[in-house]
Design a binder for this molecule. Structure first.
Ligand SMILES: [Zn+2]
Length: 376
């Protein structure tokens, strides 16, 4: 049995763009409430807030200054150039501190691994994978994932594998390590032809010393359970084993689910359960169980609660109940004034991609592998 640690700080809920923004702190509130009801929230480790120096280890100081200013209600005239004050990343009071809590959670989880205190760490927040060195983007202010990977590099890891199953391309993390031979980035996402951020194509394979350390697997809209898992199985284990990482970092966004309002993939809770199982097994096989997992996108509150509860239960080696606890279900139905699913898993499977769609996915994936292995 692999040891595990769950990391979560309530302060993460201050990362809040306002009541009409999809990246709502209700996601964390519902998830942690559900895990408490499932007796899966014991001995959770409180993170430390990331310091300004830790943020600057990844981000440009000029950008951090704009975020700090925006946090106090002062707005630089050039803030928009730094991605601040857009509809995706509206500024809010306390933004700098709130994001430092999110970064601190993923960083604390990384520290627990690098110090040998745990093999398997899950941060029940984070995954701000669109944030770039110089600018905020796609609901992401600072890149907690990159700060955590930077820490692992500093701690002496020489080969780190980052895997991103969020529906959107993990562009920020890829860009920050694009020329770094020590960091392999793998992203499965809805094709950038159809979805933000418009990147993540098979010809993006890294640059300079990092050539051959980025794998992008763009998928057609409507890709469902079967095609997704086939592409995953055909590419991810081979590339991971070839790279021979010492630790894995995994973005577990839930917005590839069929009910997500912001993307067009068709995964179900069953697909996610199968994915989490494969990822944990790959960690056992490739990195002796050393794996840092965190959340990411996901904008249907019913889906995110159930999919991430499945993740947290699996990380802790707990069995999955058929139903969500009744008390949680009625509490949140009342609060949200919408119906929530009583079962943990969905009963109905999503429509499957046609053979033509799968062929397209497969061709893209094979192209990505060919491009990558040309440099490895
Ligand atoms: Zn996303």
């Amino acid at each position: 049995m692999v040891d595990y640690t769950i990391v979560y700080g309530r302060e993460c809920q201050s990362y809040d763009f306002g009541p009409h923004h999809p990246f709502t702190p209700l996601r964390g509130a519902m998830l942690t409430d559900l895990l408490r009801e499932l007796d899966a929230f014991d001995s959770v480790v409180e993170p430390e807030q990331a310091t300004r120096d830790e943020i600057i280890s990844i981000h440009a100081e000029a950008f951090v200054r704009r975020v700090e200013a925006a946090s106090t209600g002062q707005v630089y005239p050039d803030s928009l150039q730094y991605g601040l004050g857009t509809s995706d990343v509206p500024v809010f009071r306390g933004m700098h501190d709130a994001t430092r809590w999110v970064v601190g959670g993923t960083l604390s989880a990384a520290r627990l691994i690098s110090s040998g205190q745990t093999h398997r760490a899950l941060h029940l927040a984070g995954g701000l994978h669109h944030a770039h060195r110089n600018f905020a983007s796609g609901f992401c202010v600072y890149n907690d994932v990159a700060v955590a990977i930077g820490h692992l590099l500093q701690a002496g890891y020489e080969r780190i594998a980052y895997l991103d199953i969020d529906a959107h391309h993990g562009d920020g993390v890829q860009a920050l390590f694009y020329e770094d031979p020590c960091v392999l980035t793998i992203s499965l996402h809805e094709s950038g032809q159809y979805l933000f951020p418009g990147t993540g194509f098979p010809d993006e394979v890294g640059a300079g010393l990092g050539l051959g350390t980025a794998l992008n697997l763009p998928l057609m809209p409507s890709t469902g359970h079967k095609s997704y898992l086939q592409i995953f199985d055909a590419c991810v284990p081979t590339v991971l084993k070839h790279f021979a990482p010492q630790v894995m970092v995994v973005e577990c966004g839930a917005d590839a689910h069929s009910r997500d309002p912001l993307a067009h993939l068709q995964l179900t809770s069953h697909t996610f359960a199968e994915l989490f199982l494969r990822i944990l097994e790959l960690a056992d096989d490739c990195v002796d169980g050393s794996i840092l997992m965190h959340l990411g996108g996901g904008y249907d509150l019913d889906v995110t609660s159930r999919v991430w509860a499945i993740l947290a239960l699996m990380v802790q080696g707990m069995s999955l109940p058929e139903q969500v606890p009744r008390a949680w279900h009625s509490r949140w139905e009342r609060r949200l004034r919408r119906s929530l699913q009583a079962r943990l898993h969905e009963v109905i499977s999503s429509p499957e991609a046609t053979a033509r769609l799968h062929d397209k996915n497969h061709r893209m994936a094979m192209q990505a592998l060919e491009n990558l292995f040309a440099y490895r």
